[in-house]
Ligand binder design. Structure first.
Ligand code: SF4
Ligand code: FE2
Length: 627
């Protein structure tokens, strides 16, 4: 068993970049060069363009904008707007899922696949499931969930699932989130010209707007997707470009919302379409994915992951992709012109994500099955147009185990619980191995890729270091895909662990890094830490657990960071957020908010140091607990 090395990945990429040059395609590697060095004002967060008296930028000679706002106000406003963008994005994804559940029916395209979860979830929305027919209940829950977005009074209902101490902390600090959309509106209102310029107020709202994402919109996305499409269970799959098949019709699903990709996966097995593929000379229909749409279908169906965020152009550059079908978020507009250099059909499907040089097929959830059928058929018919001279598929791939929802983690733990003495259905065994020191703690490694960091390098290096130090990993998003490509989601990766973690992996039969899903599924991690804290009779900031986004890039990631710290988990970043231009905002985020929520941000671009800092923090927490 060997991990895939950076040199191997680099060779694959270099070979694909040769193809790019041959067809005259423009790539992100080239665009990064054109954009470097980046604008310093932007990097430090001291450029303001929220009114037309500006744009204003802060320098020693011009310390205030025309309205009189100083660097602290400008940085704080920019930080809050950045958060609001991310929070809105996750939450709107969650809303789409609520709508999909609302049209689910026993004879429609969308059905309820996990009724038990639906019944467990109903009381969270103050609905009594007793005696209700499945779809009547599903529609009632969907409606109640949708009401969380715009309700005039009260707080997010799902925050009741956090520890009691968390709920009290959020209320005391004025950051308990109200209606999901309201927190985005408040953020936009506060940052309009002539409103807040006080860093403390702006950062408090950034935390509240993060919480309306993590314990609101994102959690809707996760939980209602489970109800609709099934709660993930352990499943074997593969990752990296080697999952693309030369002799089959390849379709890549990309984006975040699983509604359409679930249907595409289903129609890839349609006998009529398979027969058509044969007729066109293909041996089958192969669905692969990138980014979180990929995570969603890998977690539930074992669909292989072709790559993560910075692999999206490589997928097309193989020359073997009949269609790349996208829904929302993290999609490079570059895919349009790039696809035009090949036979690849670039299919956009959402009103939220419209791009030039794409074929737009509007995804109407009431006709989802037909739409998926049409898209798969288009791809199959396109197989004949493949230019064989341009095809090069790198052969690297790794085996991966995925599907570790909270329910599945508990299920795996039940497998080793002595049910005569211990209660099943809890995190008790996990709590025990943490307190006994067999494993030292846990790190949630999440987030994107960013060309400021060598592709996947920070994710994979940190993972190797942490598991060698007996720290178990929970992963999501592009971080999970980095792990999968490297081989760290293979159960044999236990060989790279310290003795304690290795023993746990053997006993529970898991890899040392658990793929928990897409980025909205970081909400799963929030539930896990709260339940683990409850199990130990402590609050979340006391747990030897930290979060880390070493290669993050998006507004969504900042919104996530804000709800993770607010949930009491220290968060370590490998890329500078745009706040360095304000000593006050930096102080608050890296120290001051600790007094409010019991956790803060740490920023360090040296990956070796970042890893050391996390281990040190985990050991500090253990010491404070006396374990
Ligand atoms: Fe300049 Fe103030 Fe307008 Fe911003 S709001 S652009 S700092 S005048
Ligand atoms: Fe994502």
């Amino acid at each position: 068993f060997k991990l895939t090395t950076y040199e191997q990945l680099q060779e694959d990429t270099d070979r694909l970049l040769e193809t790019a040059e041959k067809v005259g395609a423009n790539t992100w590697q080239e665009r990064v060069k054109n954009q470097t060095p980046h604008c310093k004002f932007g990097e430090n967060g001291v450029c303001c363009r929220i009114c037309t008296m500006g744009p204003c930028r802060i320098t020693p000679k011009a310390p205030r904008g025309i309205c009189g706002c100083d660097a602290h106000g400008i940085v704080g406003r920019n930080f809050l707007r950045f958060t609001a963008g991310g929070s809105a994005t996750h939450s709107d994804h969650g809303r789409e899922i609520c709508h999909t559940l609302h049209i689910a029916s026993p004879d429609g395209d969308y059905k309820v696949k996990d009724e038990a979860k639906l019944r467990r979830l109903a009381p969270v929305f103050d609905i009594d499931p007793e005696g209700k027919e499945t779809y009547e209940l599903a529609h009632e829950v969907a409606l109640a969930a949708l009401e969380e977005y715009g309700k005039p009074f009260g707080y997010q209902k799902m925050t009741k699932r956090a520890t009691k101490e968390r709920q009290e902390t959020w209320l005391r600090e004025g950051i308990l989130p109200r209606a999901i959309d309201r927190e985005v509106s408040t953020a936009m209102h506060m940052t309009h010209m002539g409103n807040s310029s006080l860093p403390e107020a702006l950062i408090r709202q950034a935390l509240r707007n993060g919480l309306s994402d993590g314990w609101g919109g994102s959690m809707m996305g996760t939980e209602l997707s489970d109800v609709l499409f099934g709660t993930p269970k352990e499943i074997e799959t593969e990752a990296d470009l080697g999952v693309i098949k030369e002799d089959e019709v390849n379709i890549c699903v990309h984006g975040h919302d699983p509604s359409l990709s679930e249907m595409i996966v289903e129609y890839a097995e349609n006998p009529e379409l398979l027969a058509l593929a044969k007729e066109k000379g293909a041996n089958g229909i192969n669905i692969v994915g990138v980014c979180c749409t990929s995570n969603e279908v890998t977690m539930r169906h074992g669909i292989p992951m072709a790559g993560n965020f910075l692999s999206q152009e490589n997928v097309v550059l193989t020359g073997a992709m009949e269609a790349i079908v996208v829904d929302v978020q993290c999609i490079f507009p570059a895919l349009g012109p790039l696809s035009k250099c090949f036979h690849t059909k670039f299919i956009t499907t959402s009103d939220i994500c419209r791009m030039p040089d794409s074929e737009f097929i509007h995804m109407d959830p009431t006709k989802a099955g037909q739409i998926a059928y049409d898209i798969v058929k288009m791809a199959v018919e396109n197989f004949a147009n493949r230019n064989k001279d341009l095809v090069y598929i790198p052969q690297h791939k790794q085996k991966a185990y995925v599907g570790y929802s909270c329910e599945e983690i508990i299920h795996k733990l039940d497998g080793v619980t002595n049910s005569q003495v211990d209660p099943t259905g809890t995190y008790r065994p996990l709590a025990q191995v943490v307190t006994s020191g067999v494993i030292r703690g846990a790190v949630a490694l999440v987030g994107c890729n960013n060309p400021k960091v060598r592709h996947d390098y920070a994710h994979v290096e940190l993972m190797k270091k942490l598991i060698a130090n007996d720290i178990i990993l929970v992963l999501s998003g592009c971080s999970a895909q980095a792990a999968a490509k490297a081989g760290l989601l293979d159960k044999r990766a236990k060989e790279l662990c310290g003795d304690g973690l290795k023993r746990v992996c053997e006993l529970v039969d898991i890899p040392p890094a658990l793929h928990m899903g897409s980025c909205v599924d970081i909400s799963r991690m929030m539930l896990l830490v709260c339940d683990l804290a409850n199990e130990l009779g402590i609050d979340t900031p006391q747990l030897p657990v930290v979060g880390c986004a070493p290669e993050y890039m998006s507004e969504k990631a900042v919104s996530i960071g804000n709800y993770v710290v607010s949930t009491g988990i220290d968060t370590f970043l490998g890329v500078q957020p745009y706040v360095a231009g304000s000593s006050e905002c930096t102080e608050l985020l890296t120290n001051g908010i600790g007094d409010w929520v019991g956790a803060t941000y740490y920023v360090e671009s040296d990956i070796e140091k970042l890893g050391d800092m996390m281990i040190e923090r985990i050991e500090e927490k253990r010491k404070a607990l006396g374990i």
